[in-house]
Design a binder for this molecule. Structure first.
Ligand code: CP3
Length: 342
């Protein structure tokens, strides 16, 4: 078992493992070097480059887990929905507007077609797993269903998700049909990553806090469960919900449905889920301050949850591109020096 798997199984491993969201990316000078003359999709679709970028933060900080360099929207690219990141921001030109569009997606879909279109992705995962020490974890990932539905319907990162919410209220039947398609294709997408060597899966529900808590509980959490129950038969599942705090009841339910770890954002105290395994939750904005503040606030998180098994240190959301390196180092070193008092 890798270090994260042992931690998730609540073994006493004498340290707190650390990795952080968006660890492979723009705050790293060595990433900027590679990115200089390449587009984002070019890098993602080149297995050697993607693997090299994935391993960059491991080499620099000796982190306990690598997360494969890709994007939650790569599945839409594989589904021919015309995804581009040309200005750094995602744009999907073939959005889902009505039931016909859903039928079209369903008709042209097969698991074989998906794995065929994602050969470069399997290759990148295989290469990365080979380049990673055996005790280190390789994390595969996907968007949670509501978050992916929002991108498919809105065509971009929406501030309001108004079209998506309106569709859900006005036509729950067709919205459910889209969610069923997302669940099926996401399970296939994750199985492709597991087969290639991913040891743990993280589901990103970045826009999960756009919905009311009762609606989330009644209508949305079941789609996440279908994915987590299926995938957790093979590997542990981490569920990240930005704004996780508002969906407390749903999150507790997810723990019983295949989710092993909740990845908390910074709005909720890290010790909010008792003995359940958690990941998080330093505010990434702390990394825009200074090394002393970083050390103190990192220690606060560690003291709050690090003395019980089942804790993975992480940020509460992705690292900001303008983060100074000395602050990342202060955070990583503070976590490494911490000895849990089990
Ligand atoms: O290090 C890692 O975490 C692995 C790679 C990774 C990327 N995106 C690379 C990326 C991961 C895990 C993601 C997840 C992702 N993508 C999420 C969920 C996490 C979150 O932030 O809430 C979301 C919502 C997306 C969608 C997306 N992709 C957005 C909103 C953007 C543009 C703005 C931004 O955050 O960078 C992207 C593009 C993207 N994904 C880049 C990278 C390195 C930047 C591409 C570029 O600079 O050209």
């Amino acid at each position: 078992m890798t270090i994260l798997e042992k931690t998730i199984a609540k073994e006493k491993i004498e340290k707190v493992p650390i990795w952080f969201m968006r660890q492979a990316g723009r705050y790293l000078p060595e990433y900027q070097m590679i990115k200089k003359d390449r587009s984002f999709m070019e890098m993602v679709m080149d297995p050697e480059i993607a693997s090299e970028i994935t391993l960059q933060p491991i080499k620099r900080f000796d982190l306990d887990a690598a997360i494969i360099f890709s994007d939650i929207l790569v599945i839409l690219h594989a589904l021919n929905m015309n995804v581009s990141f040309d200005n750094g921001l995602p744009e999907i030109s073939k959005v889902v507007n009505d039931e016909n569009d859903i039928d079209e997606l369903v008709k042209s879909y097969s698991s074989e077609m998906l794995s065929d279109r994602l050969k470069y992705y399997s290759k990148a995962i295989e290469l990365t797993r080979k380049g990673l020490q055996t005790e280190k974890t390789l994390i595969g990932f996907a968007a949670a269903p509501f978050t992916l539905a929002s991108y498919m319907i809105e065509g971009k990162t929406s501030k309001t998700h108004a079209k998506t919410r309106a569709w859900m209220y006005s036509n729950p039947h067709t919205f459910g049909k889209l969610m069923d398609f997302i669940v099926k294709s996401t399970i296939d997408y994750l199985n492709i990553q597991i087969k290639a060597g991913a040891n743990v899966i993280q589901l990103f529900d970045s826009w999960g806090d756009a919905m009311a808590t009762d609606i989330y509980l009644k209508h949305l959490v079941s789609y996440i469960e279908k994915i987590s129950e299926s995938v957790s038969k093979k590997v542990p599942v981490i569920y990240f919900c930005r704004g996780a705090s508002i969906h407390r009841e749903s999150l507790t339910r997810l723990y019983k449905k295949g989710v092993s770890v909740i990845s908390l954002d910074w709005r909720l105290p890290i010790n909010s889920f008792g003995d359940y395994p958690v990941q998080g939750n330093l505010d990434p904005a702390v990394l825009l301050s200074n090394p002393d503040t970083v050390r103190n606030m990192t220690l606060e998180v560690l003291n709050a949850r690090g003395n019980k098994p089942g804790f993975i240190f992480n940020l509460g959301h992705g690292i900001y591109p303008e983060t100074p390196m000395e602050n990342v180092e202060a955070m990583v070193n503070t976590v490494k020096q911490f000895k849990p008092n089990y």
